[in-house]
Design a protein around this ligand. Structure first.
Ligand SMILES: CC(C)(COP(=O)(O)OP(=O)(O)OC[C@H]1O[C@@H](n2cnc3c(N)ncnc32)[C@H](O)[C@@H]1OP(=O)(O)O)[C@@H](O)C(=O)NCCC(=O)NCCS
Length: 199
């Protein structure tokens, strides 16, 4: 059955995420990063609009400006509470992309979900899952079908081609673990709430 909200979502995303409106709105939204009262109100308003537009952003998450979403009306993206998405991140929306609680996604990270089989170039879409408390460094590329384990750190510019084990620091192209993070891990989410993983 066709989704009656689809045209509305499409229009909202066009206003929120496409030029020429976004330049103006982005200035306001980035103010939310300061996390003062005014900024918090802006972040809450933006998250509500994003939810209406088809990107499920939980309260307490923060999205910076310049985010690009393909096929926005498909509603495949979930950003959990306490997570931060930096400027100019790209979400290929052909299959679900799920970000856990308290994730920190730096600028210019790209999440891809669409690919083609190497044998015959048949199109296929695969989901991307990012666990709780993951930090993804600037400019990393996350390929379709990958799961990033909770508490993982992905180095800047890495190309993540396979699943990454939890509580590891992973770098490079292809991205591989170089060491593990000692448990317990204690870090803060973007809204200041603590996120702890016990041993
Ligand atoms: C992943 C990261 C956190 C690792 O930091 P670290 O624990 O201090 O690691 P080190 O600097 O000791 O590096 C360990 C090894 O990994 C390599 N390495 C580190 N980061 C790398 C990266 N992004 N890509 C490829 N290799 C990397 C180092 O060269 C080193 O290799 P060596 O042992 O052969 O000398 C850090 O390098 C990084 O990429 N930070 C992201 C910064 C960022 O994106 N900031 C944006 C604001 S959120």
């Amino acid at each position: 059955m066709s989704d009656p909200m689809r045209p509305i979502r499409f229009i909202l995303f066009s206003i929120l995420l496409q030029r020429p409106f976004r330049g103006l709105l982005d200035c306001l939204w980035d103010e939310g990063m300061s996390m003062n009262d005014w900024g918090r109100h802006l972040a809450v308003a933006k998250n509500r609009l994003m939810r209406w537009g088809g990107m499920a952003v939980e309260p307490g998450a923060f999205l910076a400006s310049g985010i690009q979403v393909t096929l926005p009306s498909q509603c495949n993206i979930w950003v959990n509470t306490g997570s931060f998405i930096g400027k100019n991140c790209f979400f290929g929306n052909q299959a679900p992309i799920t970000l856990g609680r308290g994730c920190l996604v730096a600028n210019d990270v790209r999440f891809l979900t669409a690919s083609h089989r190497t044998e015959d170039l048949v199109y296929e879409a695969k989901p991307v899952t990012v666990g709780d408390g993951v930090w993804i460094g600037a400019g990393a590329l996350i390929l379709p079908g990958v799961c990033v384990g909770r508490g993982c750190i992905v180095g800047a510019g890495s190309v993540v081609t396979k699943d990454l084990p939890e509580f590891t620091v992973c770098v490079g192209n292809p991205c591989r673990p170089v060491r593990t993070r000692a448990l317990p891990v204690r870090q803060n989410m973007v809204d200041g709430r603590p996120l702890t993983f016990e041993a």
